[in-house]
Design a protein around this ligand. Structure first.
Ligand code: SF4
Ligand code: SF4
Length: 215
């Protein structure tokens, strides 16, 4: 297996996409007068799976900046997270388990948190590659604000995720190369990513010129 590493340029592009997401999020949140301050909930226990090698590799850059002791703590919490999710799924329930990167309500890899973590909360729209339009109403608290403030939900400002997602797809293509469709699809929780280690691929390096490896 060879580790998939983001080049400097791709690292900068992921950071730039994430910064744009934050800016767009803030614009919509400001227009709605919405913030997480004082919320009794913490979305970091929401169950999400993530789908790109790029975000996985970027997450690992942040993980590696942690001390060895902290990394061990995170791995231990990730193990427990996976076990708790398995128990919930065995009962046919959607897991609701605190993310292993959350400490006392705060994300300890904030700079490296994933796209879903940056977009959940405000209303958003996204066009899928097959053309279908998806609308996200925002979190329960944002929906309450929207209902009070606007006659119809459709009047509320939305975050347009499509261009940012397209940029992320472009990073993914450049990172994984032309044979990306032959590689296993990523469908992992953050805990599963952390337990599996950094993204790696069994496909020969010479077959995928876009990939840099650590061997
Ligand atoms: S996104 Fe919504 S539900 Fe989540 S913490 Fe913020 S206000 Fe609360
Ligand atoms: S990565 Fe950070 S922001 Fe995202 S769910 Fe985990 S703790 Fe929360």
């Amino acid at each position: 297996m060879k580790e998939v590493l983001l080049s400097e340029a791709l690292t900068a592009e992921v950071a730039s996409i994430y910064a744009a997401m934050e800016a767009d999020y803030d614009t919509v949140a400001k227009a709605i007068k919405f913030s997480c301050d004082g919320c009794p909930d913490n979305c970091c226990d929401s169950y999400f799976q993530h789908h790109t090698y790029s975000e996985w590799a970027y997450l690992f850059q942040g993980f590696r900046e942690q001390s060895e002791v902290k990394q061990q703590e995170i791995i231990e919490r990730s193990r427990r997270y996976i076990l708790d999710c398995t128990v919930a799924e065995a009962k046919d329930e959607r897991p609701q388990v605190m993310c292993p990167l959350n400490e006392e309500g705060r994300c300890i890899l904030y700079k490296h948190r994933l796209m879903v973590c940056r977009t959940h909360g405000v209303p958003a729209a996204m066009r899928r590659p097959d053309g279908q339009m998806l609308n996200f109403p925002g979190c329960f608290r944002c929906q309450e604000i929207v209902k009070k403030k606007y006659v119809h939900d459709s009047e509320a400002p939305q975050m347009e995720r499509t261009p940012l997602l397209q940029r992320l797809v472009a990073v993914e293509r450049e990172l994984m190369g032309e044979m990306i469709h032959l590689l296993p699809r990523v469908k992992l929780t953050i805990a599963q990513m952390l337990i599996q280690g950094p993204p790696a691929t069994a496909v020969s390096h010479c077959e995928r010129p876009g990939i840099k490896t650590n061997v």
